[in-house]
Design a protein around this ligand. Structure first.
Ligand code: S3P
Length: 423
């Protein structure tokens, strides 16, 4: 599996803030991560590709980012946008962020709110229902004001935006997480030498970071992306006769929900060679075709598999019985509205699905192939395209996907790998 997208973004950002040379191997060279690399270059860091997934970064130091000369192009990447808004918020920088049609619809109020409390100023565009969207201009505050912020939505991007702003803010910035989300920022900030502590209090995670930090350059090996692995996991489970080993799958507990849910459905998934890569748990997964059963997915597990629901819906379409998902409102504000987009696409592919306000109810075929069909609409969303490609493998006539270009944002090797394992 190619490098983890979340960890790749963070390794470039933190490398760019540490004085000296950070070396990264296994970096995901997808368009989203390249947008982060270009932005950090525009703010003064040297970010250089020296080989396949091998990158060298010469950072400028916390507090020393430069004002970019041109607006920052975030492409399709919500993670680049929200985390970089956090970085800029506590630097004496004024800059504009813009992105593609999908990113320009996504809500930015969730980061503007806490970063404004820290002193940054924003001029944002107005989206549907009065939401704040790209293009937007951020004027950072220097010095910024430390805050204590309880996350109103379970979002690692909002958490990370505040922590990254806190890096260059005097004193202690605190984020309280009622529901745990992916903790790559916390792990990596610690790895780079930031003073960061995490306490469990009354069922919540309280994360404190001391600002005006000095980061030390690191050598980072990026583990493989479980969100990319999810497509191959589901493909092997639903295509009769499959046996597939997926190497190098990151299994950080805040990301591994999909493996647990597929096992609850009866998926035959064995971990081999558990090890640690870049401070994160990793294993190879041996996956065999399985007779899956529909289940009610516990909404509490959603944050640890938030990007994997499109793939799960495909698995559910081929399971025996009904799969019910709830509590997935956040899926409506991803690269596309993934509840509606998957309901429409799976219906065209011959699956039986019903959309609810906060999830999908899927009646599986009990293992029989889907009819197939299409063309299904990707809506500039890489994960819709990859999920329906997997559905196509388990269909009689194949599934036609209207636009596969978005796949390059997170998984440029997807089509070649899929060809290789299905040959
Ligand atoms: C990410 C957090 C998640 C996830 C996204 C990557 C991150 O978004 O969907 O693909 O790297 O922090 P939210 O923070 O909006 O849940």
């Amino acid at each position: 599996m190619p490098g983890d997208k979340s960890i790749s973004h963070r390794s470039i950002m933190l490398g760019a803030l540490a004085v000296g040379e950070t070396r990264v191997s296994g970096l995901l060279e997808g368009e989203d991560v390249l947008a982060t690399a270009a932005a950090m270059r525009a703010m003064g860091a040297q970010v250089e590709r020296i080989g396949d997934g091998e990158w060298l970064i010469h950072g400028v130091g916390v507090g020393a980012l430069l004002q970019p000369e041109a607006p920052l192009d975030m492409g399709n990447s919500g993670t680049s946008t929200r985390l970089l808004m956090g970085l800029v918020a506590s630097h004496a920088i004024e800059t504009r962020f813009f992105g593609d049609a999908s990113l320009s619809k996504r809500p930015m109020g969730r980061v503007i709110e806490p970063l404004s409390q820290m002193g940054a100023a924003f001029e944002a565009s107005e989206g549907a229902n009065g939401s704040k969207t790209l293009p937007l201009t951020v004027r950072g505050a220097n010095p910024a004001v430390p805050i204590e912020y309880r996350l109103p939505v379970a979002s690692a991007q909002v958490k990370s935006a505040v922590l990254l702003a806190g890096l260059n803010t005097p004193g202690i910035t605190t984020v309280i997480e009622p529901v745990p989300t992916r903790d790559h920022s916390e792990r990596m900030l610690r790895g780079f030498g930031a003073e960061l502590d995490v306490e469990e209090a009354g069922g919540e995670r309280v994360i404190r970071i001391r600002g005006e930090a000095e980061l030390r350059p690191q050598t980072i090996a990026v583990p493989g992306d479980p969100s990319s692995a999810a497509f191959f996991l589901v493909a092997a489970l639903v295509v009769p006769g499959s046996e597939l080993t997926i190497e190098n799958v990151g299994l950080n507990p805040t990301r591994a929900g999909i493996v647990e849910v597929l096992r609850q459905m009866g998926g035959d998934i064995t971990e081999i060679n558990r090890r640690e890569v870049g401070g994160e748990p990793v294993a190879d997964l041996l996956v065999r075709h399985s007779a899956l059963k529909g289940i009610a997915v516990d909404p509490a597990i959603a944050p640890s598999m938030i990007d994997e629901f499109p793939a799960l819906f495909v698995a559910a379409s081929l399971a025996e019985g009904t799969t019910v998902t709830t509590g997935l409102e956040e899926l409506r504000v991803k690269e596309s509205d993934r509840i509606t987009a998957m309901a429409e696409a799976l219906a065209l592919a011959g699956a039986r699905v019903r959309e609810t306000e906060d999830g999908l109810i899927v009646e599986g075929t009990g293992g029989a192939l889907l009819a197939g069909g299409g063309p299904v609409t990707t809506h500039l969303d890489h994960r819709i395209a990859m999920s329906l490609a997997v559905a196509g493998l388990a269909s009689r006539d194949g599934v036609e996907v209207d636009d596969t270009r978005p796949i390059a944002t997170s998984f440029p090797q997807f089509e070649a790998l899929l060809d290789e394992v299905t040959r």
